[in-house]
Design a protein around this ligand. Structure first.
Ligand code: CTP
Ligand code: K
Ligand code: MG
Length: 181
């Protein structure tokens, strides 16, 4: 595959994992997943991880995967590429995994004394990628191996933090997010 094709393929394949956290920012609020419980004197997850945000984020990523599957033939033809489609278990795995990765990161932030909203460079940019890839490896293993070859994985790990910083910066400037990370 040409480098540009690999980049397009990688970003397309990860779109259902990119949307959930942004949808959660827009939809979040309500009851926190940890119900206010603490562990070792600190919140287990914190008020930033809610049931509603997680549910709507997962639904948004899954629906996007279904839409991308419908659009794949025409977008592929337009770009002269051969973009992957998403079986339901792949879309769901990517979307839910992205949310799980973000929740896992909040757990680690609280254990290391970081308050809600505090930055954890590196973790903030990759938590949802690791979560999405591990989760889809479980829910759709053969789709994972077909879709995420080593060059594709390298592009994902390099490009995602850049995209994440840009989208969160925009969300911050628009007043949608409290911090630019
Ligand atoms: N959000 C949510 N549920 C999730 C993830 C995010 O409701 N599972 C919403 C919350 O309103 C959250 C906002 O999206 O405040 C921004 O998400 P994020 O930056 O991940 O959370 P923080 O508030 O910064 O909290 P943390 O320090 O735990 O990451
Ligand atoms: K986060
Ligand atoms: Mg945050």
């Amino acid at each position: 595959m040409e480098t540009v094709d690999t980049v397009v393929w990688a970003l397309w394949a990860m779109l259902p994992a990119y949307i959930p956290n942004n949808a959660a920012v827009l939809a979040g609020g309500g009851r926190p997943i940890d119900g206010g419980r603490t562990w070792g004197g600190r919140r287990v997850l914190g008020d930033g991880k809610t049931w509603r945000g997680t549910l709507i984020g997962t639904a948004a990523g899954t629906l996007l995967a279904l839409g991308l599957t419908q659009a794949a033939p025409s977008v592929s033809a337009a770009l002269g590429a051969d973009l992957p489609t998403f079986p339901l278990r792949a879309g769901l795995g990517l979307a839910f995994g992205a949310m799980l990765g973000d929740i896992g990161a909040s757990f680690l932030k609280r254990r290391t004394g970081r308050e809600r909203g505090a930055a954890f460079p590196g973790l903030d940019q990759l938590d949802f990628v690791v979560g999405a890839l591990l989760c889809v490896l479980v829910t759709a293993p053969s789709w994972f191996t077909e879709t995420f070859t080593l060059p594709v994985l390298v592009v994902v790990v390099v490009a995602t933090p850049v995209l994440h910083l840009v989208t969160n910066g925009i969300a911050y400037l628009l007043g949608l997010k409290n911090e630019p990370w």
